[in-house]
Design a protein around this ligand. Sequence first.
Ligand code: NAD
Ligand code: UD1
Length: 351
Amino acid sequence: MNILLTGGAGFIGSHTLVELYKAGHTAVVVDNLSNSSPESISRVGAILAEEPTVGHPVEIPFFPVDIRDRAALEEVFSRYSFDACIHFAGLKAVGESVEKPWEYYENNIGGTLILVDVMRRHGCKNIIFSSSATVYGDPAEIPITEQCPKGQCTNPYGWTKSMLEQILSDLREADPEWHVVLLRYFNPVGAHPSGRIGENPNGIPNNLMPYITQVAVGKRAELGVFGNDYPTTDGTGVRDYIHVVDLASGHVAALQCFQPDFHSADGQPFVYNLGTGHGYSVLDMVKTFERVNGVPIPYSIKPRRAGDIATCYSNPAKAERELGWKAQYDVADMVRDSWCWQRKNPDGYQR
Ligand code: NAD
Ligand code: UD1
């Protein structure tokens, strides 16, 4: 298939590019580079040259386009014919979304509305949307299945995901030609095992794994562990960390939803959790990182972070049953590959 990747220069998008080409698909990237560097796309080309299934350098078409720029998006659609869109483009910093809610709603929701309008005008009605476990709020059940009711989000970023799920589901309800796949990611970490592409956070990382790797590389003095009084095995928050390469291959697997004979069994059409089904605490992650990489991670216990929940992990059985997808990498692989990327690229892509 020929796929439009919005936000394809970013963390998950760049890894998905690799898996798409490995599986024999082609892709065109649009990204406004607000949180990424075009260097990631050149590096994907270099990774593919060494892939046995590809074996030659790949020049991936890239357009520095903002999805809110209708005319520029129209231009891309007039040059290519797309079978589907994988829609990663969006702002994702939780704390920033609390300070700048208008910017988050305008970029994430406004951008998606323009994107789907241009898509339908060009007869492309297949979309995979990057959603998040955040839509479950404080989950009503653990492990979380897709049947778990959506909950109250604690920040505007989370609401953009929840609202966009509703908007895209309504589109699909009104027009059966639309095929909408909502992928709810748990906690993506890790990097391509080559260490050439990875997560490139702007400023002080909000998320656990990039913070740990920045402590390891000497950019931060110590990790603050946000609370050790949760009702978990060691009192720290428990999450379902998933290797970004597994997450990327989940998108390739999800493309089969667009085949005419594809059916989802459970009446929750095309909603899939992408997680491993295992929960690890903050201290589990710190200790695993230290053990696997042989690098100490000094930490101290801090107060709980506002909006955090105690425990969040998936039941990923539906994706395995219907898409034949299951996470392959374990937590040791995740910390090894995160560290390999950070060590080789202490300043990321040096934007
Ligand atoms: P990222 O910031 O690395 O990638 C997003 C990309 O979108 C960036 O390259 C950015 O420049 C681009 N972008 C933003 N607004 C745009 C616009 N208006 N037009 C064009 N490009 C735009 O983030 P990521 O971690 O790769 O996340 C990808 C998607 O997955 C996002 O939608 C994010 O909300 C979602 N998601 C991420 C996580 C996570 O922990 N990383 C978890 C759940 C969901
Ligand atoms: C956060 C977001 C969520 C988003 C997800 C992926 C919040 C409340 N939630 O999820 O909406 O979809 O990122 O981008 O921000 N931790 C520390 N010290 C740190 C950083 C994190 O102890 O410096 C702890 C957290 O308290 C949590 C765990 O590590 O228990 C994971 O945190 P994080 O990586 O930020 O992910 P989530 O909070 O699960």
